[in-house]
Ligand binder design. Structure first.
Ligand code: NI
Length: 226
């Protein structure tokens, strides 16, 4: 699980919240299939509404301008972001996201490799509503700050605990990565972050950095499917 801070500014968040208040909301079970529908208790903004689509497009642009997200997810395709909210008592029980998703209003399908949750509510605006992700080292729990996102492998089991006070508003989406293999993608991310950490370090020459960039890009060339 990787935290991606500061995707939206305070002004952006205020604008998103105000605009989302004015759009139609639906029962979240409408878009859940099979077993997920049984455990999903939330609401989602009508994805067919022009205002919701405009907000989704704004987010897509921001994702592309966020180097940490690009480095961690290596996006090839991104499902149009959806907006959901959980009032008191609402929750999303343990489930796994669908592997193949049809992109709305098209005949195209994509594979979900990386799941993203972007918080739009301040942490103190609600209680409960933790995103809990099962990992091989046990459960990880997170409540990101408004404007921050978390990403995690779409193949992980995860849930959202019941909201006990206030309201939890968030955007979610799925990313098909250029590198489908989670472990390989994480290793490439670690290499890229290590290289970025050396930039500006006086003890590292330009030639050494070029050598590392060369290795990174050749690994991407070898393993990315486009
Ligand atoms: Ni999910």
């Amino acid at each position: 699980m990787i935290l991606i801070p500061g995707i939206l500014s305070r002004e952006d968040i205020a604008s998103f919240r105000a605009r989302l208040q004015a759009v139609p909301w639906q029962d979240g079970r409408r878009t859940a299939l099979g077993m997920s529908a049984e455990v999903k208790r939330n609401q989602q903004a009508d994805a067919g509404h022009p205002e919701v689509q405009a907000l989704a497009n704004t987010l897509l642009a921001r994702f592309g301008e966020t180097p940490l997200l690009v480095s961690a997810a290596l996006p090839q395709r991104i499902f149009p972001p959806c907006f959901n909210r959980y009032g008191v008592g609402e929750t999303y029980g343990l489930h796994v996201d669908g592997a193949i998703m049809r992109i709305p209003a098209t005949s195209e399908v994509m594979r979900s490799d990386v799941s993203l949750t972007l918080a739009l509510s301040d942490q103190d605006a609600y209680e409960g509503g933790e995103l809990v992700i099962a990992t091989e080292f046990g459960e990880q729990r997170v409540r990101p700050n408004a404007g921050d996102a978390v990403i995690y492998p779409s193949g992980s089991l995860h849930r959202v605990t019941p909201v006990t006070r206030g309201e939890r508003l968030a955007a979610i989406c799925w990313i098909q990565s250029l590198v489908a293999d989670t472990q390989l993608r994480q290793t490439l991310f670690a290499l890229d972050q290590s290289i970025q950490g050396l930039v500006g370090n006086e003890g590292v020459s330009r030639q050494q950095l070029d050598g590392l960039h060369h290795v990174y890009h050749n690994l991407i060339r070898q393993f990315a499917s486009v």
